[in-house]
Design a protein around this ligand. Structure first.
Ligand code: AMP
Length: 138
């Protein structure tokens, strides 16, 4: 795969992990979080950029290079924020690959008919648990 220019929004548990992984694989990564302390979660091998700011603001998105980005992964702890930023990335900046973290899978209707892909950490964890649990008890 060609080197991707990636933006990760939110340096929480999911975002910091994905940013570190992309960076380790040689992609060009910028992570943005409104709380500087959150960058502590990035692994030691993270070699991308860190930017402090509120990613709801399109000026901040432009500062972190959204106009040139191939991929954006939006992982804040707020579904509405993630959907909002995902829609901006998709519709205004035409980012090729847009991923948004969602806790509430009913909100997926808000990205029907778009190229935005949802990531459901809670649903995936539940499914993984159920797979293990039922194979252990049967
Ligand atoms: P977590 O819930 O541990 O996955 O963390 C979510 C991260 O998203 C936290 O580090 C927050 O500071 C960050 N965050 C929340 N809202 C925004 C926002 N509007 N712009 C940038 N980062 C945000």
């Amino acid at each position: 795969m060609k080197k991707q220019k990636a933006i990760v929004v939110g340096s929480g548990r999911l975002g910091s992990h994905l940013a570190s992984d992309l960076s380790l694989k040689g992609h060009d990564v910028t992570i943005v979080d409104k709380v500087e302390d959150s960058f502590r979660k990035l692994g030691d091998h993270y070699s991308g950029f860190r930017f402090i700011g509120d990613a709801i603001d399109s000026e901040i998105l432009e500062k972190v290079g959204i106009k040139e980005a191939d991929v954006i992964i939006v992982t804040t702890n707020n579904d509405n924020t993630n959907l909002f930023i995902g829609h901006i990335a998709n519709m205004i900046y035409n980012v090729d690959k847009v991923y948004v973290r969602l806790s509430d899978d009913e909100k997926s209707t808000l990205i029907d008919d778009t190229d935005i892909t949802a990531i459901y950490p809670f649903k995936l964890s539940t499914e993984a648990f159920n797979t293990h649990f039922w194979s252990d008890v049967e």
